[in-house]
Design a binder for this molecule. Structure first.
Ligand SMILES: NC(=O)c1ccc[n+]([C@@H]2O[C@H](COP(=O)([O-])OP(=O)(O)OC[C@H]3O[C@@H](n4cnc5c(N)ncnc54)[C@H](O)[C@@H]3O)[C@@H](O)[C@H]2O)c1
Length: 221
């Protein structure tokens, strides 16, 4: 398995494959072709074959890929075959929503601690967890071997929280605050930015109209 050579683009596609493969497994489908995966996921089958070739040549011509085997391999590559503990900082609106969202539990990722700086939030309960004060962040991260941090604090506080997470030994951060965070190069940071996503959608709304207008104009020629 050439896991050390997997590009970022492939790593981002693997969870997409995994979600659909889990769906197939639930429907008791045993094998799937790259064509079917391509159709369903709107990806080029050749690209899918290339991505999956990272795990060795196990697709069989005319039969396709063994769904269970592929699920196992992708989970291994993504390290979802081990329990990964996650901490969330910022028990506000978004923090509550994410802490209550259990969809990733099946992938062995679990929010095991929630923190907040506000005294009114500390001691309250979210989804069976008691919100803890920031003073306990470092000890808790070490005690529970927490490896990923989720940041849901206001933008002006986000860098400060990221620094605390890094100092406590976190290896990766999912940041929901609309700021670009700085961290040492060995820390992986992904930012989930709803605002920029919405802004780029606005562009496509206009483009869609223009394209429709162009199409209509061309059709009239
Ligand atoms: N609510 C949404 O739908 C949404 C969507 C996208 C992005 N965001 C972003 O997520 C972040 C949180 O949004 P929200 O609506 O949940 O805000 P919120 O005000 O409801 O919650 C923020 C929480 O962070 C806590 N906090 C503040 N400073 C802190 C610090 N230094 N350490 C620890 N905790 C601290 C606050 O006490 C509060 O409980 C913001 O940056 C926001 O821009 C929110």
């Amino acid at each position: 398995m050439k896991s050390d050579k997997i590009s970022e683009a492939v790593v981002r596609r693997l969870p997409v494959y995994l979600r659909y493969l889990n769906e197939l497994h639930k429907r008791e489908v045993a094998t799937v072709s790259s064509q079917e995966l391509g159709q369903r996921l709107d990806l080029n089958p050749a690209q899918i074959r290339k991505d999956l070739a990272y795990f060795g040549d196990f697709g069989r011509k005319g039969i396709g890929y063994d769904v269970i085997y592929l699920i196992e391999k992708i989970r291994q590559i993504l390290k979802l075959d081990q329990q990964i503990n996650v901490v969330l900082v910022g028990a506000g609106n978004l923090g509550h929503a994410l802490s209550n969202y259990n969809a990733f539990l099946k992938d062995n990722m679990k929010i095991v601690a929630v923190f907040d700086a506000h005294t009114a939030k500390v001691g309250t309960r979210i989804n069976n967890l008691t919100v803890l004060p920031m003073e306990e962040l470092s000890d808790t991260i070490q005690k529970l071997s927490i490896r990923i941090g989720i940041i849901t604090v206001p933008d002006i506080e986000a860098q400060n929280v990221a620094d605390m997470l890094v100092a406590a030994g976190i290896e990766a951060i999912l940041n929901f605050a609309p700021v670009i965070l700085k961290a040492p190069s060995h820390i992986r940071i992904h930012t989930a930015d709803f605002t920029t996503d919405l802004q780029s959608l606005a562009y496509y709304l206009d483009n869609g109209k223009e394209e429709m207008n162009n199409d209509t104009a061309e059709a009239g020629h």
